[in-house]
Design a protein around this ligand. Structure first.
Ligand SMILES: Cc1ncc(COP(=O)(O)O)c(C=O)c1O
Length: 438
């Protein structure tokens, strides 16, 4: 650009008007599809813009403490200090394409419940190829990308409802998406019969079936152990490919083993079934913005050659997509999982978070009972994890926002972590009002 001598170097002379106007020369991008911004992010923006002093955010899936503030885990703060003091000169170096090998082994051991080092465990480990990903979303994405290329499923079965990004991720791979019933609105319960009947009748060999390992988002309703066993049998009988999404291990119940029961059952009881798992450390370590995750593909052969071949193919895709995952957050997770004492401290932090959520569920339930709010509310205390599927209608959720400045998704999903001892009575009164008047 030539700088006009009459103006300073900071000014900018507009170029002469083009002879072609926008109407005769439309942008190459003027016909882009009109996507809506993800509803959770739109809700956050509206909440931030609201100036009401008593506004409450029950939208995003992030933990908040009883003051409504973000809570870096005690163990994470401790390890961050240790790492800072260590001043390792290599701390900003590239990882390998597959990621940090030690982190990956620890992450795998955590979700598949390895620890004893028995010969059976070592054999199982040979079946699992693991790569580091851009958190749970990246793990879901890499799984969808790999499977769409190499398994080539005719369709993927996604629970109705689900975390909305499952749809986006699979839509981007061009795989036909079908939904299986998950929520029984009248009973406010998991629709086990509906799910099984649909999959039994309509799913076909090689189809992928997406399963939430625990704390189903958004309903907070999980299958019982007996139901999980029946789901595993169905997958085996019909030749379906289970894809576990594990975003809440330890965060849901406070118990790491309990929250990965489904995954461990499938691995140990269906030796010939191949499957995969997307693992996130966003919630259970509070490392949302650090993007820590892993993708694990389980084959049916305990063979280091096959494992290596799967890994190399995953790495080929990773190299072209993001080269390698970031190392900051995974170094924190690795440091904790390597050290028994730090692991105990982490367990303590998990208990603090899951207990607070249980206390808030109960407080909301008690207050609605006290107010005599029409309807049944037991589901608030029986659902687990971060979210409650409250059963409020879209109109009631609108009224909650417009009249009471309480923000939650139109589906009726409330992030329980947004409740505090101070605002829970206010929120219960707001629920009571919209239930009676909308
Ligand atoms: C079911 C489910 N899967 C995966 C994720 C992935 O989260 P992240 O990409 O932050 O790890 C989330 C986050 O809300 C989730 O709820």
């Amino acid at each position: 650009m030539t700088i006009n001598s009459a103006s300073g170097p900071d000014s900018y002379a507009a170029p002469a008007a083009s002879t072609l106007d926008a109407a005769s020369n439309p942008s190459l991008f003027s016909e882009l599809p009109r996507y809506q911004i993800d509803s959770v992010f739109a809700l956050i923006a509206d909440y931030i813009a609201d100036t009401h002093p008593e506004k409450v955010s029950l939208g995003p899936g992030v933990y908040r403490d009883d003051q409504g503030a973000p809570w870096p885990l005690n163990v994470v703060e401790k390890v961050e200090k240790q790492l800072f003091e260590k001043n390792d000169a290599g701390r900003h170096e590239y990882l390998t394409i597959a990621g940090d090998g030690t982190f990956l082994e620890l992450a795998r051991d955590l979700c598949f419940g390895f620890g004893e080092g028995t010969p059976e465990e070592e054999k199982l480990k040979l079946k699992i190829a693991s790569v580091q990903t851009i958190s749970g979303t990246g793990a879901n994405h890499m799984g969808a990308l790999f499977l769409s290329k190499y398994l080539k499923p005719a369709r993927v079965w996604i629970s109705d409802p689900t975390w909305m990004n499952h749809h986006t991720i699979w839509e981007l791979q061009g795989v036909e998406r079908r939904t299986y019933p998950y929520y029984h609105a009248e009973k406010r319960a998991f629709d086990f019969e509906g799910m099984m009947a649909t999959l039994e009748e309509q799913a076909e060999k090689n189809d992928v079936i997406l399963l939430h390992a625990c704390a189903h988002n958004p309903t907070g309703l999980d299958p019982t152990k007996e139901q999980w066993k029946a789901i595993a049998d169905l997958c085996e009988r019909k030749g379906l490919f289970p894809f576990f999404d594990s975003a809440y291990q330890g965060f849901a119940s406070g118990n790491l083993t309990e929250d990965s029961w489904s995954v461990q059952y499938f691995l140990r009881n269906k030796p010939n079934m191949e499957m995969c798992l997307a693992q996130s450390f966003s919630k259970n370590f509070g490392l949302y913005g650090q993007r820590v995750g892993a993708f694990h593909l389980v084959s049916n052969e305990p063979s280091s050659e096959l494992r290596e071949s799967i890994k190399v193919n995953l790495c080929h895709l990773i190299r072209g997509e993001y080269s390698m995952a970031p190392r900051g957050g995974s170094t924190i997770v690795k440091t904790v999982l390597l050290d028994e004492q730090l692991k105990k401290e982490w367990q303590n932090d998990l208990t603090i978070m899951s207990d607070r959520i249980k206390v808030m569920r109960k407080a909301l339930y008690d207050e609605l009972q006290r107010l005599g709010t029409p309807g049944t509310w037991e589901h608030l205390v029986t659902q687990i994890g971060m979210f409650s599927y409250t059963g409020l209608t879209a109109a009631q959720c609108h009224a909650l926002r417009g009249k009471h400045h309480v923000y939650m998704l139109d589906s009726g999903r409330a992030s329980i972590t947004g409740l505090t001892s101070e605002n829970v009575v206010y929120v219960a009164r707001a629920f009571d009002d919209v239930v009676r008047n909308n």
